[in-house]
Each structure stands twice: as structure tokens, then as C-alpha cells.
Design a protein around this ligand. Structure first.
Ligand SMILES: *Cc1c(COP(=O)(O)O)cnc(C)c1O
Length: 420
């Protein structure tokens, strides 16, 4: 298989070696000369130089608060901050910038919906439908909401191949279901869920749909209008941007109908002594000084990804993931969790008799960074019948050679721990 199988927008192959040169962190050796192999991209991605430079550029040349300052620096900062909003709206094919609320990340975006929309719209006896493969960020807020409102949280089961049980989903649907909260791509199994179809079915019974897009927006073209998502949440730091910035996309009618999540500066229109009126969308939901530098640099990350092309990234990662699954399954005693036909580049696995923490520590000593643990998905771990898994997760800058480093390290681990 060709490592350069991904195509850019112009149809040329993805120049992975060239792209890697944009990421200074990748070019280093650790532990006495082992080349660093970073395969923990589902936890956070690395950042290209342009994004890192945008952060220092802001602090060096035009640091000022946004929206309020009527001076040169403030206008520069506000313009760049709002440019990111326009870029994100275009990136998602959102109708307008008014649909884009900046948050600290996926977790905060989901909590915003759970509090500001959930407390007003979920009542005693209602059903919130989530799935058995949700990240804790798309589960715990709904548990808190369900408990507070006397609602019931139901989870759509996960089948053996890592896909959702569509029959169980269909039979869970009823007019009692007020919200479907579903991950677009599983951070454990890699499964890409058929969100468009699930949303259409949920809408038929009158439910709203929240899509956790933390793993999809960084890796594939996502069109919010095509999916018909009511809410969508994702984080900058998994898509080449800084930590501390993220997005809540929501339909305008919903945002209009919702009360603010937090009160403070920036989000008001007029403040009387005993009550206030709210600022226009989306500022109603952005109380206080935002993460200005991070949001501006996030815009540079969006440009960077758009410049490569999301279709090209998705195609390249599909081939690289297939290669990774194939190579991993050659390791004696290794089992990959999840074989969904539509999948992204998070590959979880176990080696019989080896604890994931011992395994990841061993391969780390060989220079290879993978993740081990419950991956913020304890209900799914119970479904898989394991306390923890190991996970390798790729991005467009990873190569087949790096996958080979991982599988070699895993084989050595098996020998070291007395397997195979
Ligand atoms: C990482 C992740 C989250 C949480 O994102 P934060 O940036 O930590 O808020 C939620 N859902 C999925 C599927 C994730 O992978």
C-alpha cells in the first residue's frame, strides 16, 4: 500500500514528509537517541509552526482585550478573534457566525448545552438518549441533568464489531426522547457513527441532536447543515490548535431560545440594578474575557487544515489506519477492539496477559507514545470486558514507518514480559 495515497484538493498526493517539517516537536530523539513516534493524537494533536507563531505574534504585537477597547490594538485583536469565528463557520458550512460560540473545549460546550438548554427543556419523565461508546464528557453532564430533572438516561448498546445497535436505537425512539447525544467518531473504537441517519430518526420523534465531534472535525470534512445537527461540540487542541479553545455550534433558533450559561461582562446588552438584558448571538454565551490568543491561533489551525484539505486527510488516515490494524493484528496474542466498516484512526487493543500500563510504559522506552487506560469511557470498557485498553491514534503526519516502530516495540514488549 502507498503511504502517500491521500490526495490534496488539487489531486496531488499528500506530502507527509513536507507536512512533518511544519511540526518542530516531531523532529526529536528521546531516551538516548530513540526517534520520537507520537501516536496519541486522539488525546491531543501536535501544533504546526504557524499556530505556535500566531500565539507569540499576538502577545508580541497586538495583545489587547477584544470587543471593548476602542484603540488600535483592541481593534486588531477583535478583528483577528472574529476572523476565527468566520473561518470556523465556513469550515463547518454553518449558516452564519452567529451559530459559533467559543468555549474552552468540547467538555465546556456540552456542559453549556446541558445547563442552558437542558434545565429549561428536559422535564420529569423525559428520556435522554446517549450511546454505550460516549466519552465521559458526553455522558456525565447528561447524568447530572437527568438526576436534576427526574429524567431517564438511556444508552444505545454497542455491538461486537464496534458499531451501534441500530435496532435497539430504533426501538428506544419515542416522543419521550427529548435529546440524542451521540459521538460522531469514537475515541476508543474509531467507529464513525451514521450521525445523519440517527439525527433524522431522532428528529422524527421531536428530539434535538447533540453531536460530540471532538474526534471527527479534526479528521474529516464535517458539514453541520448536511448532518442537521442541532448542537455540535469540538476542541481546538485535537485539530492542530492550542488548548483552552473550542466550539459550540448550535442552530440559531435554539441559541435565541436559551438563557445564558454564565453571567458577567461581554454577554450583556444593558445591566440595570436588578436585571439585565442579553447581548446578541453569539456573545450572550461568551461571558468574560475569552482565550483571545488561543482562539486567534485556532483560526490559523483551521487555515492550515483547510490548506491540506479534509478529504485528503481523511483518505490518507483511512489507509494508514487499515495498515495499522493489519500490522497490529500480526502481533501474537494481540486483539484490536472494534472493526466498524467506517472508522477513523483511533485503534484500541490488548495483548493477552499484559497490562496496558506496562505495555505503554515499555513502548514509551522505545520512543513510541501511545495511550493506556479507560480512555474516559468506562461504560464502554465494561462492555468490552476489560478495565483498560492500549490505544494508538494517528494523524495526517504519521507514517507507515512509525506504525512499524510501534509493532516492533510491541513485539519486543511481548518478549520482555515473557510472551510469544
Ligand atoms: C477528547 C474528547 C472529548 C473531550 O474533549 P476536551 O477537549 O477534553 O473537552 C470529548 N469527546 C470525545 C469523543 C473526545 O475524544
Amino acid at each position: 500500500m502507498n503511504v502517500n495515497a491521500g490526495k490534496t484538493r488539487t489531486g496531488a498526493p499528500l506530502d507527509v514528509e513536507g507536512l512533518r517539517r511544519d511540526f518542530p516537536i516531531l523532529d526529536q530523539t528521546i531516551y538516548d537517541g530513540k526517534p520520537l513516534v507520537y501516536l496519541d493524537n486522539a488525546a491531543t494533536s501536535q501544533k504546526p509552526k504557524a499556530v505556535i507563531e500566531a500565539l507569540t505574534d499576538y502577545y508580541t504585537r497586538y495583545n489587547a482585550n477584544v470587543h471593548r477597547a476602542l484603540h488600535y490594538l483592541g481593534e486588531q485583536a477583535t478583528a483577528r478573534f472574529e476572523e476565527t469565528r468566520a473561518k470556523v463557520a465556513a469550515f463547518l458550512n454553518a449558516p452564519s457566525e452567529r451559530n459559533i460560540v467559543f468555549t474552552r473545549g468540547t467538555t465546556e460546550s456540552i456542559n453549556l448545552v446541558a445547563y442552558a438548554w437542558g434545565r429549561a427543556n428536559i422535564e420529569n419523565g423525559d428520556v435522554i438518549l446517549a450511546t454505550g461508546m460516549e466519552h465521559h464528557s458526553n455522558l456525565v453532564p447528561w447524568q447530572i441533568l437527568a438526576r436534576a430533572q427526574g429524567a431517564e438516561l438511556q444508552l444505545v448498546p454497542v455491538l461486537e464489531d464496534g458499531t451501534l445497535d441500530r435496532d435497539a436505537f430504533n426501538s428506544s425512539l419515542s416522543p419521550k426522547v427529548k435529546l440524542l447525544a451521540v459521538t460522531h467518531m469514537s475515541n476508543v473504537l474509531g467507529t464513525i457513527n451514521p450521525v445523519k441517519g440517527l439525527a433524522a430518526a431522532a428528529h422524527e420523534v421531536g428530539a434535538k441532536v447533540l453531536v460530540d465531534a471532538a474526534q471527527s472535525v479534526p479528521h474529516m470534512a464535517v458539514d453541520v447543515r448536511d448532518l442537521d445537527a442541532d448542537f455540535m461540540a469540538f476542541s481546538s487542541h485535537k485539530m492542530c490548535g492550542p488548548t483552552g479553545a473550542g466550539v459550540l455550534y448550535a442552530k440559531e433558533t435554539l441559541l435565541e431560545s436559551m438563557d445564558p450559561f454564565m453571567g458577567g461582562g461581554e454577554m450583556i446588552s444593558r445591566v440595570n440594578d436588578d436585571y439585565s438584558t442579553w447581548a446578541d448571538l453569539p456573545y450572550k454565551f461568551e461571558a468574560g474575557t475569552p482565550n483571545i490568543a488561543d482562539v486567534i491561533a485556532f483560526g490559523v489551525a483551521v487555515d492550515y487544515l483547510s490548506g491540506i484539505g479534509m478529504e485528503a486527510i481523511h483518505e490518507y488516515e483511512r489507509d494508514l489506519t487499515a495498515y495499522a490494524v493489519g500490522r497490529l493484528e500480526e502481533v501474537p496474542g494481540l486483539r484490536v477492539f472494534g472493526h466498524a466498516p467506517e472508522r477513523g484512526g483511533a485503534v484500541s487493543f490488548e495483548i493477552e496477559g499484559l497490562h496496558p500500563h506496562d505495555l505503554s510504559q515499555y513502548v514509551d522506552q522505545q520512543g513510541v507514545a501511545i495511550r493506556a487506560g479507560h480512555l474516559c469511557a468506562q461504560p464502554l470498557m465494561r462492555r468490552l470486558g476489560v478495565p483498560a485498553v492500549s490505544r494508538a491514534s494517528v494523524y495526517f503526519y504519521n507514517t507507515e514507518r512509525e506504525i512499524d516502530c510501534l509493532t516492533d516495540a510491541l513485539r519486543r514488549a511481548c518478549q520482555f514480559f515473557g510472551h510469544g
